[in-house]
Design a binder for this molecule. Structure first.
Ligand SMILES: Nc1ncnc2c1ncn2[C@@H]1O[C@H](COP(=O)(O)OP(=O)(O)OP(=O)(O)O)[C@@H](O)[C@H]1O
Length: 329
């Protein structure tokens, strides 16, 4: 992992307008991403992972969204860019990979033309150079017979192949930052592993920084360098991947890890975290938002702050110091 900080997110909060009122979906999130780093953002559904991603890539309807804070990307505060500057940045410097490749591809357009569209920002490339680059990209994401595939339509490819095409589009302009939101969730397990290997290869070849959003800790273990655990729109723990897996501190991180299926766990032995992530309308931001899900632990009043407990390892609040699972009490 390089020393160079590519993306620095400082105190970013995003609120959505619902029936005329704003509700906070992410609250004062701060993170750094280095060049060559794969940062995984984990948490259950509704914890704010996608909202963080879409806040970085500027994909919100600003009539109904308020974003505060600072997002510094290569020295520019991207929250201050106008729409056309943002579009330029997205096409060139940031690549995005989403969960559902079918939704992201145009069903009526040939694969090659869809990849080529991304290259159109380069007015200096000739048509032949673009075609050659399209074939090179299809080859780079591990699809055999690129000339033939370039002429095909999305429905002619399998789900795994389509996700490879999305990755080809995302890396077409060699972006420095790639944001992948649940890139393997829709795929079966063997294909998942191949796509993760591919992401890892690309990160090594292109020296990109990758933000990988997932609810799957198996995916995290496979590819991440660092991890940020989100709950109810906040980071509750953050650190290098081996620390998060081997010395997790926050009760939420420990619960997620305990709930993680392993090869030797029988399905009915799986730990279940009580309750669910509250809706943004019901979050009391003056409290410990995870506390209601561990009701046997005494509640500390007020809102817990995040603190560094060891170099590069941050944990929110103090109750991790005496937290025990219910069956250990
Ligand atoms: N456009 C929106 N308008 C109103 N509320 C929203 C909007 N987008 C997300 N939310 C709410 O913000 C909270 C965080 O959602 P978000 O999708 O970021 O979570 P997530 O961790 O990515 O979950 P998932 O894995 O299900 O996508 C949820 O309570 C969600 O209902």
């Amino acid at each position: 992992m390089s020393e160079k900080i590519l993306l620095s997110i400082k105190d970013v909060s995003t609120a959505f307008k619902i029936n005329g009122e704003y509700y906070t979906a992410i609250d004062k999130v701060s993170l750094d991403l280095h060049q060559d780093e794969v940062l995984a953002i984990v948490g259950e559904s509704g914890s704010g992972k996608s909202t963080l991603a879409t806040s970085i890539i500027g994909l919100h309807n600003m009539n109904a969204t308020k974003i505060n804070g600072e997002i510094d990307f290569n020295g520019r505060d991207i929250l201050k860019l106008n729409e056309s500057e943002f579009n330029q940045l997205r096409g060139n410097d940031m690549g995005m990979i989403f969960q559902d490749p079918l939704a992201a591809l145009n069903p009526l357009m040939r694969i090659g033309d869809q990849i080529k569209e991304t290259l159109d920002v380069h007015s200096d490339m000739t048509e032949n150079q673009k075609n050659a680059r399209v074939h090179e990209l299809i080859d780079q994401v591990g699809i055999p017979n690129p000339e033939r595939v370039a002429r095909q339509f999305p429905h002619e490819l399998s789900g795994g192949m389509r996700q490879r095409i999305i990755i080809a589009i995302a890396i077409a302009n060699k972006p420095e930052l790639i944001i992948a939101d649940e890139p393997t969730t829709a795929l079966d397990v063997t294909i998942q592993a191949q796509i993760l290997d591919l992401l890892k290869d690309i990160q090594q070849e292109n020296h990109a920084g990758i933000i990988l959003i997932t609810h799957d800790l198996g995916v995290v273990a496979e590819v991440a360098d660092t991890v940020a655990v989100m709950y109810a729109g906040e980071i509750v723990e953050q650190g290098p991947v081996d620390i998060i897996f081997n010395e997790p501190k926050h009760p939420y991180t420990r619960s997620l890890l305990r709930a993680m299926p392993t090869l030797d766990t029988e399905n009915d032995d799986l730990y279940v975290i009580e309750g669910s992530v509250p809706s943004i309308k019901k979050m009391d931001r003056n409290s410990d938002l995870f506390a209601p899900r561990i009701p046997w632990v005494p509640v500390t009043p007020g809102h817990p702050e995040i603190k560094e407990v060891a170099p590069g390892h941050l944990v929110r609040g103090e109750n991790w110091k005496y937290f025990k699972f219910k069956d250990e009490v």
